[in-house]
Design a protein around this ligand. Structure first.
Ligand SMILES: Cc1c2[nH]c(c1CCC(=O)O)Cc1[nH]c(c(CCC(=O)O)c1C)Cc1[nH]c(c(CCC(=O)O)c1C)Cc1[nH]c(c(C)c1CCC(=O)O)C2
Length: 341
């Protein structure tokens, strides 16, 4: 299927584009009242994510309503632990929770390498339905968590400010840690390959908890595994978004991927210098900038766009859009990017 709007893919590959493509991390399932209506028709997030027709519907909502240049499949990074044998729950207003954790070799023995097609069939089905319904309007982004971020949830058992149990594990038992990270990496490669076979046009790796590791540990316990994924995925462009990993930008410039996501703490000129000119940069407006009034949102967006001007760029926020942001401000952000370029 020929894409009618392939700006995202061309920008990722460093080809010339008429204007800068724009989408938002977490654009599906956070801010739209239309999403909440669908969400309230089911028991919760997990049922929604596991019902392919509904997952496809909420994936496409931001394309219809916000006019973004890409859709991102509605799912979660935590489907991987579940597919490996560690189920999760989504507790209302609190976030993910795992009834069991992985902290010993006997816990490790209970896990398996996930098979993308079989264990995550509901995501694969949702991708196929979405691709058909999109009918080539915009590219569809697939995604997975980075192995370190998934490890952090599997060891900790929930979200955490410090992820101290996960970080303790890296010091206390590096051999166990490497084994679990490798199991997650192999599962993730299977999963992303299955997403690509079913139609996603680009994949993004979210390392949401990159910033809680020091530079040496980040290289050893995160970048090593991200680079295996980048090397394995040759079919579509790959984006790596490592939140808070300002200290690893130079190494990220060496990854076998097309695009590096920047968070809003990372200076744009400095990031370009550290990462080099062979990558597209994605980002990086402070998500809180969208709490401003329309003039402020416009001004902040233009200020960001000016700093990226003339370089390979995909416009986005520096992290996921916050749930209480007014969709009208998101529209102003998107419109301003489109007018600017
Ligand atoms: C760390 C992380 C998670 N999930 C994700 C990340 C990486 C990105 C980031 O750093 O924000 C990624 C994610 N999660 C979800 C998507 C869907 C597509 C999109 O909108 O981009 C994506 C890309 C749906 C979701 N994932 C979740 C919801 C809300 C659940 C609900 O509707 O009840 C949605 C729509 C739940 C979730 N899932 C997770 C948390 C911490 C939470 C609770 C808080 C929150 O809402 O973000 C783990």
């Amino acid at each position: 299927m020929q894409l009618k709007n392939d700006l995202l893919l061309r920008a990722a590959r460093g080809e010339k584009t008429e204007r800068t493509p724009v989408w938002l991390m977490r654009q599906a399932g956070r801010i739209l009242p239309e999403y909440r209506a669908v969400r309230e028709s089911v028991s919760g997030f997990i049922e929604l994510a596991q019902t392919p027709e509904l997952a496809a519907e909420v994936t496409i909502q931001p394309v219809d309503i916000l006019d973004v240049d890409a859709a991102i499949i509605f799912s979660d990074i935590l489907v991987i632990p579940e597919a490996m044998g560690l189920p999760y729950e989504m507790i209302e207003k609190r976030g993910p929770w795992f009834p069991n954790t992985v902290r010993s070799n006997s816990d490790l023995k209970k896990l398996r390498v996930a098979d993308g097609d079989y264990d995550l069939k509901y995501v694969i089905d949702a991708i196929q339905i979405t691709k058909k319904a999109l009918n080539g309007r915009v590219p569809l982004i697939g995604f997975a968590g980075a192995p370190w971020t998934i490890f952090a949830y599997m060891v900790e058992g929930s979200g955490s400010k410090t992820f101290s149990k996960s970080r303790e594990m890296l010091y206390r038992d590096p051999v166990f840690s490497q084994k679990l990270l490798q199991l997650i990496t192999d599962s993730t490669i299977n999963y992303l390959k299955a997403q690509i076979r079913s139609g996603v046009d680009l994949v993004q790796i979210f390392d949401s908890w990159a910033g809680i590791l020091g530079p040496k540990q980040y290289k050893e316990f995160s970048l090593n595994y991200i680079s295996q994924i980048c090397d394995a995925i040759t079919e579509v462009p790959v984006t790596v978004f490592a939140k808070g990993a300002f200290f690893a930008r130079e190494e990220m410039g060496q990854l076998n991927c097309e695009t590096i996501g920047l968070d809003w703490n990372m200076g744009i000129a400095e990031s370009r210098r550290l990462i080099g000119s062979s990558k597209t940069l994605q980002g990086n407006l402070d998500p809180a900038a969208l709490y401003g009034n329309p003039d402020q949102v416009r001004a902040a967006t233009i200020e960001m766009m000016e700093q990226f001007r003339g370089t390979r760029h995909i416009a986005n926020l520096g992290h996921g859009v916050y749930p209480d942001i007014d969709p009208e401000m998101v529209k102003i952000f998107i419109q301003t990017v489109k007018e600017f370029s």
